[in-house]
Design a protein around this ligand. Structure first.
Ligand SMILES: Cc1cc2nc3c(=O)[nH]c(=O)nc-3n(C[C@H](O)[C@H](O)[C@H](O)COP(=O)(O)O)c2cc1C
Length: 210
């Protein structure tokens, strides 16, 4: 089997982590860098990512995560937060980054900037947040797949109260919203679900060739 399929078959949504095992700083760096390199619409990366190892914070998050043990037992809890509202500063910051990274004057980027602004700034507040949240999921998925390549286990998690996360992590005042969580660490040998067969739609159900 190719590595692509082997890694995707190996990974599963880990229910029980081995709380004694920690992801090394070196591997964490790789995961974060893979995530940083994620594609995003217009390149704007409208999100911020919190890396949580503090046990006290994990203990606070668990009851507002349907009591799921992954939150306290996994080595790292990664909270992907989308921006909820944004103005020109999001695009201007990006254009400045393009300008300095590629060493080109910002004036040459004005057309692209105006285009992005015309598409995004007039969106209703809720649509802005949904759009940003979609970008989050690309980064989130990238981290999950990168972890599988390193044989690091993860559990993707939507089973939590976003409002409580926002309050505990102080996200609201930063115009951020907890969108999705990735628990990262190593599976417990006792986690029976690692032996379950994958349940997926058949190719016929899933794909249409035109
Ligand atoms: C966005 C998202 C949210 C999820 N939320 C949870 C969760 O809160 N708790 C959990 O145990 N599993 C959660 N899952 C795991 C899914 O149930 C699991 O990925 C799916 O059943 C397929 O199984 P597999 O990932 O083990 O192959 C979530 C998965 C995704 C992609």
């Amino acid at each position: 089997m190719s590595n692509i399929l082997e890694n995707r078959t190996w990974r599963y949504a880990t229910k029980k982590f081995d709380s004694t095992k920690r992801v090394s700083d070196e591997d964490l760096e790789l995961l974060l860098e893979a995530t940083r390199l994620s594609a995003s619409s217009y390149g704007l990366q409208p999100y911020h990512i919190f890396v949580i190892t503090d046990q006290e914070t994990k203990e606070k998050l668990r009851p507002v995560s349907w009591g799921q043990s992954q939150i306290t037992d996994a080595s790292h809890i990664i909270v992907f937060a989308n921006v909820t509202d944004f103005g020109e500063e999001l695009m201007d910051g990006y254009l400045e980054n393009v300008s300095s990274t590629r060493n080109i004057p910002t004036e040459g980027l004005q057309g692209y900037g105006d285009f992005m602004k015309s598409k995004l700034l007039e969106l209703p507040l809720e649509t802005k947040s949904i759009w940003a949240s979609k970008q989050v999921y690309i980064a989130f998925s990238n981290m999950m797949q990168a972890a599988a390549e390193l044989k690091i286990d993860t559990c993707p998690m939507e089973g939590f109260q976003a409002a409580a996360y926002n309050q505990i992590l102080g996200l609201e005042e930063k115009d951020l919203n907890a969108s999705v969580v990735l628990a990262v660490g190593y599976r417990s040998e006792e986690d029976e679900t690692q032996h379950y067969a994958k349940v997926r739609k058949s190719k016929e159900e899933l794909f249409t060739y035109i």
